[in-house]
Structures are given as C-alpha cells and as structure tokens.
Design a protein around this ligand. Sequence first.
Ligand code: PLP
Length: 465
Amino acid sequence: MPPLDNKSPTRSPALIETAGLPADATLARTCRAVEVLPPEQSTSVTNTGVTNLGFAQPAQSVPGHVHQLWALDPALTFLNHGSYGSAPKSVLRAQAAYRERMERDPVRLFKYDLERLMDTTRERVAAFINVNPADVAMLRNATYAMCTILKAHPLAAGDEVLITDHEYGSLHNELERMRVEQGIVVVKAPIPFPIESPQVALDAIVSRVTKKTKLVVISHVTSTSAMVLPAGALIREMNSRGIDVLLDGAHSPGQIPTDVRALNPTYFIGSGHKWLSGPKGSAFVYVRPDMQHLFRPLALSARANKIRPERALFLRDFDYQGTDDYSAMVTLPAAIEAMGSILPGGWPALMRHNHHMILQARKILCSHLGSLFNMQPCVPDAMIGSMVTLKLPEPPEHLKSRPTCYDDALQDVLLEKYRIVVPIWRLMSTNERIIRVSAQVYNTPAEYEYLAQALKTELDIEQRG
Ligand SMILES: Cc1ncc(COP(=O)(O)O)c(C=O)c1O
C-alpha cells in the first residue's frame, strides 16, 4: 500500500485505508453535497470578448446522488471527462431504444424517420450554440469534421493556413497532407505556457497574419494545455481583414458558454461526446451560409441528387451519409436535456459549477505539490473552463523509457495502484510533461485530494529513482 498522507477532512477514513490497492472511489463520492469555493475573481458575462467567460456567480451545491446518474466504474476516480466524456445512464437508455427501433423496422427508420430525427437533433444543437438549424450538419466526430472542412475550403498552393502550436494532432496531420499534396503553407503561432493573459495569445496569433493568410484554425479550448483561447476577439479581427476562421470547439459546447452567432466564425466544430455528455459519434459543424455551396461530405450521399426544393443540398448531403448507426447523433438532444436538468440553474449552473470545481482542484493540487514539485497555476482563471493543465517534473533519465500503455508510465501507475484515470501527456508546443485534470459534476474535491496525495507519493518515488 502506498504511504498516503491523507489529511483531507472530507475523505472517508475507509478510503484512506484502501488507497492504492485499488481505492474505492465510491467512498470519495459519499462526501456530498459538494460545496465548491467561490471564484477568486469576478468576470462579466460574455464569451466573445478577450477575457470573460461569465462564471462570476457562485456555484450551486450538487445533489448527493448525482454520480449515480452515470454508469462509470465505481472503482475508478475518473478525472478525465475531457477526452471521451461519459454519457449518463438515461442517455445510454435513449440510445438503446433508438437502436431497437432501427432493428425493428429498418426500412421505416432509414427511409422515413431518420430525416425528422436528424432535424430534431439539428434544432436542439443549433439552439444550444445559438445558430440557425439549417446551418448545422451532423458528423461522426471532430476529426471527420476537421477533415471535411479542410477538404471543402478553397485553398491554393502558397496560401497560408495559420494555427497555434497548441492544436490537436489530427489538424497537424491533415495540414501536413495538404502541404505535400496542395502546396499550402502552414504557419504556427507560438503561444507561451504558462501564459499571463488572453491578450498574449491574441497578439501571438494576429502577429503571424500575412497577406497570404487565407484561413486561421484555432481551438476554442486547447486540448493538452486546456486554455480557453480568445476566440471572439480573434474572429472579430480576422473578419475585419476578410480572413476565414475555423473554430475547433471540440471542447467548448457544455464546457464554456458557446454562442456561435456572436462569435461569427466561418466554421465551427463541436463534439457531442465531450462536455455535452452525448454518445460517441455525435459531432456537429456550423457552416456560414455563404460557404455552404462549397461544403460537401467526404463521401457523397446517395440522396444528394434528389432535387427537393424545400431542402437544401447542404442538408440532404449530411442527413444521410450511407447506412450507419445514427443513434449517437439522434440521441444528442436527450443528452443536452439530461445534463441541463441536473442543477436547478440548468446548463449555465452546470458549467459554472464545473469551472469553480476545477479552480478548487487546481488549488488542492498546487497546495500539495507546489513547494515540493514547483506545481504552479499556468493559466489565468479567465482562460479556464472545467479543465486545468499543470506542469509535472521530468522523471530521472533512466526512468524516461519505462513502458506505458498510455503516454507516460506515471499514468499507468496512477491507474494500477490508485485506480485514478487522468492523462499525463507532453505539451504539443514544448513537449514538456503535464497533467490535465477535468471537473464534471460527478467529481468531488475529495477526489482531487486523493490525486494530490497519490501524485506526491509517486513523484517522490520517481525523484528518488
Ligand atoms: C481540440 C480538439 N480537436 C479535435 C479533437 C478530435 O476529437 P475526436 O476524437 O472526437 O474526433 C480533439 C480530441 O480530443 C480535441 O481536443
């Protein structure tokens, strides 16, 4: 058993005894209802400006049974909602019911019902991100959405695509293919981490714009570094210069207020499975109306050539992308409904709760590991949604090549010894070692205390070699 020095007043003694063998995270969750600390600074409400995410009001307390809404393995301390999310049980049931319906009468489902179901999804998603339903198409995931947009957007040899050095891997790979095949030029704006303010990120991106910049692609919330980038200010600036922007919002709907009409990008990508907690396979894109005539799927639908005056090609293209399991897409409204019903204040209260919880998590981690391992906040509160990334010390040289099932052997250790699920990665920009922690409403402060204790023990073992 690892020698956990657990002083958390909220942790059950039983959990301390079982810590590391593996721990029973259900006990950590008995520490309800969760009172999350108030924010350390106030912000006003807008998601389009450089700084404010609208999380100023205090968080609401959470009903004690909330973790029971999920089917997560109770033995796990699950601190990685950001990667794959996790759908509540009610959403899984709704998806199963749809699948049964599909198999009971497949022809009716595909020939008749599917279009209406897709319209319902489109309407619900469009309302959530505040755009017209006719400008939204469903796709299986953000990776496909990114590729579809890049294939559709007009780019010629020598055109510059401007990105940051914190973008997701699939974007880098897609752009490299386009560099080789089409001769586009990829320009990377370096964003420092730690960072002082959103303005620093904005200036770094804008300073890389040239006369040849044709498209800017940025994450609304970056993947490994978990920074909320100043999308509103950047898009305003690019729109004034006539430069198109693709906003990769894989992490934003459900994590931070996401008003796409106000943001006004050329394209927006959202993930259903991450912070909306929908099923896997439920991403969506917004495409500005004037670009829709160019925007075709990677594989053309058999139904696209059926001329229907009442239904635009954009919709016909994406309503039916071949025989497939559309259950994730058509279940997304159930997820939006379920997650929005957890707290009396609906979605705004949920996002606020998660934001305050992750600030508390950061405080816990830094207070346990700050002096020993120099763990410090890297990002101002105004650039945080409900994930936080912190730097970790490098392991000694001889431990660097330890085998791992994930990306870093420490992640394996945290899972095997403590049943903690949390990603330990390298920053896309500088390759530094980091940990990214998520907060979803089922998480508790006790779980972050537990992570802090486990990290303290294991980093100490690492450093002693
Ligand atoms: C910023 C960003 N964009 C795109 C993706 C790709 O998402 P998916 O795996 O759902 O295709 C991710 C995945 O985590 C991401 O973090």
